[in-house]
Design a protein around this ligand. Structure first.
Ligand SMILES: [Fe+2]
Length: 214
């Protein structure tokens, strides 16, 4: 793609997030603004790269080109992971998935019990550092595994489907909790999981998120 129309993204509205339990509307509002920044940055980066390619051959030894390319994964996944995260939250949520659901059965079969999986997922969340905790499914084997993603892009198993995504960056909870109270935020996250979304992601063959193309 040397030139041509630049594909852009729009922010998804996520207007279903008011009234969560233990994650305030103000926290969500601020977090959505931050998500909007990632959407904007993806669009800006793509625009800059298209213009640069339009001016001539892209070169790996051009520091400007290389820096933009290196930022692409960070900005893209900053947008993408927030879309998964906000989509798998809802108010008045059930604490656990229905016992007969596919996701309950899959978690039971992978960890022995729902509680064992939850303990493991929360332990990953307790890790120090900036990043995400994601329950993935490997589409090739249908195996479920928990992963720690540093920043937005380091540690993502290529092609795996995200089923449940938790933002573990401090900006996700610092309006509501102290920096030392990440555990309280993780507990709150678990009180707001939209299990029907997780179930749909398990059933869908492809990774589908509420992305908006402009
Ligand atoms: Fe975030």
């Amino acid at each position: 793609m040397a030139s041509g129309k630049v594909k852009t993204y729009k922010e998804h509205a996520f207007d279903h997030l008011k009234g969560l339990d233990g994650i305030s509307d103000a926290q969500v509002e601020e977090h959505l603004k931050l998500y909007g920044g990632y959407v904007k940055n993806v669009n800006t980066l793509n625009q800059e790269l298209t213009e640069m390619r339009g001016r001539g051959k892209p070169s790996g030894t051009n520091p400007e080109f290389a820096e933009l390319m290196r930022r692409l994964g960070f900005e893209y996944n900053g947008m993408i992971l927030h879309e998964y995260y906000f989509e798998n939250l809802r108010k008045a949520a059930e604490p656990t998935p229905p016992s007969g659901s596919g996701i309950a059965q899959a978690l039971n079969s992978a960890w022995g019990s729902l509680d064992k999986w939850k303990e493991d997922f929360q332990a990953v969340g307790d890790m120090r550092g900036i990043g995400w905790v994601i329950l993935f499914q490997d589409p090739a084997t249908e195996r479920l595994t928990n992963h720690w993603i540093t920043l937005h892009q380091d540690g993502v198993p290529a092609g795996f489907k995200p089923l449940l995504v938790m933002d573990g960056w401090e900006h996700a909870f610092m309006r509501d909790y102290k920096v030392t109270e990440k555990g309280k935020y993780i507990q709150a996250f678990f009180r707001n999981i939209d299990w029907s979304t997780v179930e749909r992601r398990l059933r869908e063959e492809a990774a589908v998120r509420p992305a908006v193309a402009a």
